[in-house]
Design a protein around this ligand. Structure first.
Ligand code: PHE
Length: 436
């Protein structure tokens, strides 16, 4: 087998992982969920879950990846010497394929919006515009373009492709979002949005706690890219001498910061137009932001910058998913990287086009099916770390760190007891919504 690719530096790994985490989930889904679930109340519950569940869960994936030193299939095959290892790894690979298939379709929409923004083509009739581009031939074409960009990066490998791209794109995302947040603050009628987002409404929280919990937990796990083995794959390229707990904290908090920043752009803009955030659906954000861009000075420039930011964020997430699939072919079947990238991209071109053509299937796959696969995958990860590989997990946690070593036992306790309960709760939630 050829030698495995690896990160040039730990900073490269951290930036790529933040890039994976901060994607459509943060910019497209998070502000929307926040606006629809009580603003600051949602933010509060979400933050608690990120800290209590997301962080230990992410660390569990990192531990598995660096221990196994391969993509999910190879990792589980070697760590749990049983047929179940390959089966679980295969399940993860299918999950990554499913997620990237719909992710790439949304990435295509974003690209389409970015290109339409300089002329404000969708400002006048936002609903109609979304209707034309969301499902059908246009959606297929732009999905393929988005996929092409992602594939072009993965084609060059971990250090020359993914690491380099992340080092440019992630800082650009933060810079652009900060600029957009400042611009938003100078716009009229945004005060109500800030108040809603940032002031804490305890009564709302008490009254709606149970209904906020499900979306908050789902978002916390999706945004940290948990459950597909994608983060596991990134960690498989990491050396023993770096601290996994420290990296995990940096990644999770940077991601949270980016989400909050996105909220500071989107929520005040929605409120400035008096938009009721109660109505959801995949196109809701695009349709609702259009009047804000249309009515505010410099709207076309700002809209272009906004969608360029979302696009970059989506690309740095897409490359993590594609790498998981490509590296599986490299690790397990010794396929050269370039050929592997081509093969997987061809497959995704087909699966994504299917979703781009049939709206109801897209909605089922991007909603219920994705939630289901991610939670099952994550449940398996935490069960393995918490119950099957305890000693190895502790050793891996402690490798490369002094300062955090005391947290190893409490972490494992959380992974063994708290995480399975939370993940099972989420699974039940998904199944109930499926039945209802
Ligand atoms: N974290 C990404 C986002 O929020 C989505 C993602 C999920 C990426 C799973 C990789 C793996 O957009």
């Amino acid at each position: 087998m050829s030698t495995r690719d690896s990160w040039v530096s730990n900073v490269g790994f951290v930036l790529a992982s933040i890039g994976s985490a901060a994607g459509l989930g943060n910019i497209w889904r998070f502000p929307w969920l926040t606006a629809g679930n009580g603003g600051s109340a949602f933010l509060f519950v979400y933050s608690l879950i990120v800290v209590g569940v997301g962080v230990p869960g992410l660390l569990a994936e990192f531990v598995l990846g660096r221990r196994g030193r391969q993509t999910p299939i190879g990792t589980f095959r070697s760590l749990i010497a049983s047929r179940w290892g390959s089966a679980l790894g295969t399940f993860n690979v299918i999950t990554a394929l499913v997620i990237l298939s719909f992710y790439s379709v949304v990435g295509g929409w974003i690209l389409r919006y970015m290109l339409a923004s300089p002329t404000g083509a969708y400002f006048g009739q936002p609903q109609q515009f979304f209707g034309t581009i969301s499902y059908g031939l246009q959606a297929v074409v732009f999905h393929l373009l988005f996929l092409g960009v992602v594939a072009a990066i993965v084609f060059f490998g971990v250090s020359r492709g993914i690491e380099r791209a992340s080092k440019v794109m992630l800082p650009a995302v933060v810079l652009f979002l900060s600029g957009l947040a400042v611009w938003t603050a100078t716009q009229p009628n945004t005060a109500a949005g800030y108040a809603f987002y940032l002031s804490f409404d305890a009564d709302y929280l008490v009254a709606n706690f149970s209904s906020v919990l499900g979306p908050a937990a789902g978002q916390a796990l999706f945004t940290l890219s948990l459950g597909t083995g994608a983060m596991l794959t990134y960690a498989s390229y990491l050396d023993e001498d770096v601290s996994l707990p420290r990296n995990t904290l940096v990644i999770a908090f940077s991601n949270m910061f980016i989400g909050v920043l996105a909220g500071l752009v989107v929520i005040p803009l929605l409120f400035s137009q008096g938009i009721d955030p109660g109505h959801g659906g995949p196109g809701a954000l695009f349709v609702s932001l259009a009047p804000a861009f249309a009515s505010l000075p410099g709207g076309t420039v700002v809209a272009t910058a906004f969608f360029a930011t979302v696009l970059m964020a989506a690309v740095t997430s897409g490359i993590n998913l594609l790498e998981t699939l490509v590296a599986t072919l490299i690790d397990c079947f010794d396929v050269p990287r370039r050929r592997a990238t081509l093969l997987v991209s061809l497959l995704l071109a087909v699966t994504g086009s299917g979703l781009a053509l049939v709206g109801p299937i897209f909605e089922f796959v991007s909603g219920t099916l994705a939630d289901l696969l991610l939670t099952v995958g994550l449940f398996a990860f935490v069960a393995i770390v918490g119950w099957l590989l305890r000693a190895a997990a502790l050793a891996e946690f402690r490798a490369g760190t002094d300062r955090f070593a005391v947290l190893a036992e409490p972490w494992l306790l959380t992974v063994s007891w708290v995480l399975p309960v939370v993940v099972l709760f989420m699974l039940t939630n998904t199944l109930v919504s499926l039945a209802g």
